[in-house]
Design a protein around this ligand. Structure first.
Ligand code: GLV
Ligand code: GLV
Length: 322
């Protein structure tokens, strides 16, 4: 009898076939919404493999029921939706999908930076609402990107890919990270600065760290007060890293100029959330890695990791080696 695998959302058929070679597959595919929690709790009891998304909370309570589970393959680079400590204790392998989404997510980060600085969404809405009457010297004026100072918080794979993009815009590049990255400093002319100095000096502040107990609420009210009045905050990492109510206050008080957000504390963000009332906030529905090609590569890599683990091999992208 083949081992059982649960896939929590519809993924491309050839990728499911790859998993079918080694396992009997159950897929939640009724609608493009997360698998109901009670079904997840029922199914988790019998499966050896779980192919999941960041929309599933793989917490201790769920893992308690996972008597046969050997591997959790998360179709994302971030894995803060999984209780790694509990999984590790139970000897369950956890894998993610790094590298394949790096450039795509860096593209989106830069697109969001540019859209926020030059007010693209506001401008498009303005035109469609029939408000465009004339070319005007002050119409929808924004902030310059070329030659500005950018501060990247978290110089990991995606941070580096964004850093490379800043060269074409002749930006002054600052960064803060747990440890210095000398090769990035040499190759890209990045300057390592303490966290607060980065906040004080940057025109663009980019949040690019993973979400951990250390980065939760990394940016709060006191930090916005240090930023320039023309500063633009961009977050394409995880919502909880920036305190949302403090961000709202900072924008309303004019402590910073604008924000571009692809991620939120609660996803989907409620449509009556105060942040959505502000014209100087550009909001996206967590689409950092959403190119057709990259989503295919992520699903494929997640399937490979799952299949390797089911076969008893060491998966390529194991995150809990201990
Ligand atoms: C998306 O947010 C990911 O972590 O891959
Ligand atoms: C604007 O379109 C200009 O020509 O300056």
């Amino acid at each position: 009898m083949k081992p059982k695998v649960l896939i929590t959302r519809r993924i491309p058929e050839p990728i499911i076939d790859k998993i079918r070679e080694v396992a009997d597959v159950f897929i939640w595919e009724k609608e493009d919404i997360p698998i109901p929690r009670d079904l997840l709790e029922t199914k988790i009891v019998e499966v050896e493999g779980l192919f999941c998304l960041l929309t599933e909370s793989i917490d201790a309570q769920l893992l308690e029921k996972a008597k046969n589970l050997k591997v959790i393959s998360n179709m994302a680079v971030g894995y803060n939706n999984i209780d790694i400590e509990t999984a590790t204790k139970k000897g369950i392998l956890v894998t993610n999908t790094p590298d394949v989404l790096t450039e795509t997510t860096a593209d989106l980060t830069f697109a969001l930076l540019m859209a926020t600085a030059r007010r693209l969404v506001e401008a498009s809405d303005f035109l469609r609402a029939g408000q465009w009457q004339t070319w005007s010297p002050n119409l929808l004026t924004g902030q310059d990107i070329f030659g500005a100072t950018i501060g990247i918080i978290g110089m990991g794979r995606i941070g580096e890919a964004v850093a490379r993009r800043t060269k074409g815009f002749n930006m002054k590049l600052l960064y803060n990270n747990r440890n210095r990255k000398l090769e990035v400093e040499q190759e890209l002319g990045a300057t390592y600065v303490p966290f607060e100095e980065l906040l004080r000096e940057s025109d663009f502040i980019l949040v690019m760290t993973p979400y951990t107990t250390e980065t939760k609420n990394l940016i709060t009210a006191e930090h916005f007060k240090l930023m320039k009045k023309n500063a633009i905050l961009i977050n394409t990492a995880r919502g909880g890293i920036v305190n949302e109510s403090d961000l709202y206050e900072a924008l309303v008080k004019g402590e910073i100029w604008a924000a571009g957000l692809d991620v939120f504390e609660q996803e989907p963000i409620s449509t009556d959330h105060p942040l959505l009332t502000l014209p100087n906030v550009v909001t996206l529905p967590h689409i950092g890695s959403a190119s057709i090609a990259t989503r295919m590569k992520m699903a494929d890599l997640a399937a490979d990791n799952l299949v390797q683990a089911i076969r008893g091999e060491m998966p390529l992208n194991l995150v809990n080696k201990q």
